[in-house]
Design a protein around this ligand. Sequence first.
Ligand SMILES: [Cu+2]
Length: 236
Amino acid sequence: MPTFSLETRRRAALGLLAGLVLATVGTAAGAASPALAHDSIVSSSPENGEVVTEPIQAVSMTFSDDILTAGAAVALVTVTDVDDGHHESGCVTVDGTTVSTDVALGEAGEYTVTWQVTSSDGHPTSDTYTFTWQPSMPTATTTAMTTAPACGDDWAGSAEAMAAGSDDSTATAPAQAGATPLNELPEPTMTILNSAPVGQTDASPFSVPLLVAGLVGVVAALIAVVVVVMRRMRHS
Ligand SMILES: [Cu+2]
């Protein structure tokens, strides 16, 4: 085995240590980033800030990854006017990356879309955006509901309710009846009202301190390995 000066060995060991630390940090950062990134909206209809002049029947948004619908997954969408009146139907439809709900808009003005979905990493995520309803011609308006309608119930904005012309069914929310039989719901759908309020903060089981602690442990282990290697080099 060729002989190297102590200085050369030290430099080699330090270089090895620096390389290992950089590789470890890079790997940990790469592994951590997907868990920290929640699905975000890549497009929506209407778009954020859009001025809508033609009647629309639905509001939909497309996310960066498939929205979860299994188990306790929650997908909520409300479309509210400036007086907090509701204009969405009670059922939210999730189809892959797209989440949508039927709507019947009321008076011209600003509408707020509030959404909450279960991100592809299993965490609830939510946000809001707005659009402006500015009909280009006189358009029938729908009276808002005071609370979010329950999925499966006839809603003031439904064609049936409007045809019936029943004032009793407008401006008041239907009773929050028990769970709607699954066979009455459009497929695929996943709506759970009155749970996991919008705005709930993300509760990640993988906290940043835990990640940092793990990283420090790995680096410490690497340093120990390098020290052992250096000692062996000295003894050789
Ligand atoms: Cu998450």
